[in-house]
Design a protein around this ligand. Structure first.
Ligand code: SF4
Length: 387
C-alpha cells in the first residue's frame, strides 16, 4: 500500500488545486455580480464577502471610461481597490466635506498658487509678491463660501501661504512655461491637463501638473515639473527605506513621460529635465543613509523642496509597468464588477471601516479611535450597504 504523506508536494498541489477550484466556484460570475442585493435595490453599491460591487449604471460607465492616473495607480496597486473605488466615486455623496479635511485645505492652497502663477510675469514681478499672493489666497477662499469663515481653515491657509512665500527663490521666483490646450488656446502651464496613450498601457493616461517651470532661456521645451504638497512630513525616496513610498516619484515620472509625448505645444513634445516636490508645511524630511542603512529624520524650518530624477530608467520602467497593470485591473474590475479588498493596518482610516467585512483594525488606541470616527452604516447607506 502506498504511504501517501499528507504534506507531500503532490498532496499539497492537489489541495491547492481543490482550494482554487472551490474559490473559483464561490466567486460571483460577471452576471451575478451585475445584480445588486435584493434587499437594497436602490443602493448604488454594495459590499459582500468578496469586495465592492457597483449597481448604478452611471458609476459603471465611469469605471469603463476611467483613464489611468497617478492616484488610480496608488489607489489600486499600493492601496485597497474597494476603498479607492468608494472614495473616488461615492464618498462625496454621503460624507460632507469639512474645512479640516486635508483634501479641502490642499485644494484651496493649490488654487491660490494657480491664481498667483497665472498672473502675467511682467505684472507679477521677478520676486515673490506677498501682497499679490495674499490676494490670490483670499480669492481662493472666496470660491469656497461654505468654508471661508472657518477659523481653523483660515489659520492653516495663512500658515501655508506664509511658509510657501518664505521657501526661497528656487521655489517661488520661477518662470511658468506656456502651453497649448486641446483647443489650441495658449495659457500658463498651471493645473496643466494631459491625456494621451503611452506604449503598453491600453487605457488613456491622465495627468494634471500643478506648475510647469521653464528651465532654459534658450529652449522653451526644457522644463521642470513642480507639484505642491501640503503634508507636514516629506521624504526623499529610496527603495531601501523602511517605509519606501514610491507614489510621488511615480507621479512625477508619469507626468514627465506624458509631457514627452504631448505634441500640442511642440511637435517633438517637451523635454522635462527634472521633477520637484514643494512642501511648504514640512517640518521634517526623512532620508535614507545608504552607508549606515538607517533612515534619518531631518528637521525643516522653511518647508522642503525635493528634487526628483524623472529620467531614471528603472523608475520609468516601473512606472510604465504599474500604469499598464492599473489599466488591466480597471478592465478586469469593470468586467467582473468586483473591486476587491486589500486589508492592511490602514483599514482604521478607511471610510468603510465600520461596515467592511474584511476590515483589519488593530487594538492600538489610535487605530481604535480612527475606526470609531468613521461613518456608520446608516450614514453610508444611501451610497453603499453591506449585503
Ligand atoms: S476597511 Fe480595509 S479592506 Fe475594507 S475597504 Fe477599507 S481599506 Fe479595504
Amino acid at each position: 500500500m502506498t504511504d501517501q504523506r499528507t504534506d507531500s508536494p503532490q498532496h499539497n498541489h492537489q489541495m491547492q488545486q481543490q482550494e482554487h477550484q472551490m474559490q473559483q466556484q464561490d466567486r460571483p460570475t460577471p452576471q451575478q455580480a451585475q445584480q445588486s442585493p435584493e434587499v437594497h435595490p436602490d443602493t448604488p453599491a454594495w459590499l459582500d464577502g468578496e469586495g465592492l460591487h457597483l449597481a448604478d449604471d452611471q458609476l459603471k460607465r465611469k469605471i469603463s471610461n476611467k483613464p489611468v492616473s497617478a492616484s488610480a495607480i496608488s489607489g489600486l496597486i499600493d492601496g485597497c481597490p474597494a476603498k479607492f473605488t468608494f472614495t473616488s466615486l461615492l464618498a462625496d455623496t454621503v460624507i460632507p466635506k469639512t474645512p479640516d479635511d486635508p483634501r479641502v485645505r490642499g485644494t484651496i492652497f493649490h488654487r491660490a498658487c494657480e491664481l498667483y502663477y497665472n498672473i502675467a510675469p511682467q505684472e507679477r514681478g521677478e520676486h515673490i509678491d506677498f501682497e499679490r499672493f495674499e490676494e490670490c489666497k483670499l480669492q481662493a477662499l472666496d470660491e469656497n463660501p461654505d468654508m471661508e469663515d472657518d477659523p481653523g481653515l483660515r489659520a492653516w491657509l495663512e500658515s501655508a501661504s506664509q511658509r510657501f512665500c518664505s521657501m526661497g527663490p528656487d521655489s517661488t521666483d520661477v518662470t511658468v512655461a506656456r502651453y497649448r490646450t486641446d483647443n489650441g488656446t495658449e495659457r500658463p502651464a498651471t493645473e496643466m491637463k494631459i491625456s494621451l496613450h503611452l506604449d503598453g498601457v491600453r487605457r488613456r493616461v491622465f495627468g494634471a501638473i500643478d506648475r510647469l517651470v521653464a528651465a532654459s532661456p534658450d529652449d522653451p521645451r526644457t522644463v521642470i515639473v513642480d507639484d505642491f504638497k501640503t503634508g507636514r512630513k516629506a521624504s526623499v525616496y529610496s527603495e531601501h527605506m523602511r517605509f519606501a513610498d514610491f507614489s510621488y516619484l511615480r507621479q512625477q515620472t508619469l507626468y514627465a513621460m506624458l509631457l514627452e509625448h504631448d505634441t500640442r505645444t511642440f511637435e517633438n513634445g517637451w523635454n522635462p529635465i527634472g521633477g520637484r516636490l514643494l512642501f511648504p508645511l514640512a517640518e521634517q524630511v526623512t532620508v535614507h543613509d545608504e552607508g549606515s542603512g538607517q533612515d534619518m529624520q531631518l528637521p525643516m524650518k522653511n518647508g522642503a523642496l525635493i528634487c526628483l530624477d524623472v529620467k531614471d530608467e528603472s523608475h520609468r520602467k516601473r512606472t510604465l509597468e504599474e500604469a499598464a497593470r492599473t489599466s488591466d485591473m480597471l478592465d478586469h474590475e469593470y468586467e467582473m464588477n468586483l473591486y476587491e479588498y486589500r486589508p492592511s493596518n490602514l483599514c482604521a482610516w478607511c471610510p468603510l471601516a465600520r461596515i467592511c467585512p474584511a476590515a483589519r483594525i488593530s487594538d492600538r488606541e489610535n487605530a481604535q479611535q480612527a475606526a470609531a470616527g468613521q461613518p456608520d452604516a446608516a450614514t453610508l447607506a444611501p451610497a453603499i450597504v453591506c449585503a
